[in-house]
Design a protein around this ligand. Structure first.
Ligand SMILES: *Cc1c(COP(=O)(O)O)cnc(C)c1O
Length: 368
């Protein structure tokens, strides 16, 4: 038997029991007329959550990294330049994927723990007038930083670039408006603030993005993630063609998680994440601990806390896991050993979770 944990790391978050129960519904065929109706409903729920009317809005049958890869391989052709703003782990992956597409990534680096600075991005866009896209991470889970997606998408538009936004940790946790902000391409994940199991990546492409995909000179380097083929299955109506066997039961789970989000109301979900973050913040500061990120651009759903001098950070995490069945995250890259990452995402963003985490952390620090 595997243990039952409370998940307060950088994802996965606790999965709602109703969502786990939804996975136990009977499996039916991926071309069953009843399943096709279900898919249409699921895509409509995704449009609600993303605040978009994009007809190409669907879940990729693989985790967030595949959503990232899907956006990049469809948009980029060999030799094309893409500006990638990097302020943490995830933009590094975008650079690597872009390179493997034969594209030319132009990376703009920012210090970890700080947001992407639109002025600096603008200078680079000016210097690279042929760039076709600007990519950035809205919620940088490795550091707990929010960047200004609306401002960056406006910049992309001003410089004739398509915007590609990583919203894996944003969706459901903080304000996110695909159409109002002029986001051209976006990908997300299920296991962060949606509290569904990992393994799916919702993506959405607007008309400008699909127009670029349609006039490609070369097919995307990935067959599985080729949007022209994927829309033949997801958007084909009665003429839907087999592409791959959809992960039926995982899609039931995502559908249930999105219904829970819609019942709560997405703005209420943003509020709940903000309010539980404030509660955690009070407790953390009362314990004499500090946040790494300035208040203006802190993510409520991912709290990066400085490890106090002389504390064994890994021993604290082991203590939480062994004594409290509570998982929190460690730092990555230059922040390894220096921070803890406390997630308050989706079903894990409750007052009870905050209380448990503060109690456990206090006990762990006393134990040292
Ligand atoms: C978790 C995460 C990803 C990757 O998602 P996986 O489901 O682990 O592949 C990408 N970007 C960000 C910002 C994330 O937090």
């Amino acid at each position: 038997m595997l243990p039952k944990r409370t998940l307060m790391g950088p994802g996965p978050s606790d999965v709602y029991p109703q969502v786990l129960a939804a996975m136990a519904r009977p499996t039916i065929g991926h071309l069953d007329p009843a399943f096709i109706g279900f898919m249409d409903g699921l895509n409509e729920l995704l449009r609600y959550a993303l605040k978009t009317s994009n007809s190409v809005t669907l879940p990729i049958s693989a985790p967030g990294s595949a959503g990232m890869e899907c956006c990049l391989v469809n948009l980029l052709e060999p030799g094309e330049e893409i500006v990638i703003a990097s302020n943490g782990v995830f933009a590094g992956r975008m650079v690597e994927i872009a390179r493997r597409c034969g594209a030319v990534p132009v990376c703009v680096e920012f210090e970890w723990g700080t947001p992407v600075d639109p002025d600096k991005v603008e200078e680079v866009l000016k210097a690279h007038p042929d760039a076709v896209a600007l990519a950035f991470v809205h919620s940088e889970t490795s550091t707990g930083v929010r960047s200004d997606a609306a401002a960056l998408c406006q910049l992309a538009q001003n410089y004739n670039c398509l915007s590609i936004v990583d919203a894996v940790t944003s969706l459901g946790g903080i304000e996110l408006r695909v159409d109002d902000w002029g986001i051209d391409v976006i990908y997300s994940g299920t296991q962060k603030c949606l509290s569904a199991p990992p393994g799916l990546s919702p993506v959405s492409f607007n008309e400008a993005a699909m127009a670029k995909v349609a006039k490609r000179k070369t097919p995307p380097q990935s067959w599985f993630l080729d949007m022209n083929l994927l829309t033949g299955y997801w958007g084909g109506g009665a003429k839907r063609a087999y592409h791959h066997t959809a992960p039926i039961n995982s899609l039931y789970a995502l559908d249930e998680a999105l219904r829970i989000l819609k019942d709560e109301g997405i703005e209420n979900s943003w509020q709940r994440h903000a309010s539980n973050h404030r509660k955690l913040r009070t407790g953390i500061e009362d314990m004499g601990l500090e946040f790494c990120v300035e208040p203006d651009y802190r993510l409520p759903q991912l709290n990066a806390i400085k490890v106090p001098e002389g504390t064994d950070e890994a021993a604290v995490r082991s203590f939480l896991l062994n004594e409290y069945n509570l998982e929190i995250g460690a730092g990555l890259g230059p922040l390894a050993g220096k921070i803890w990452r406390i997630g308050l995402m989706g079903a894990s963003s409750t007052e009870k979770h905050v209380d448990l985490c503060l109690e456990a952390l206090q006990a762990a620090l006393s134990d040292q």
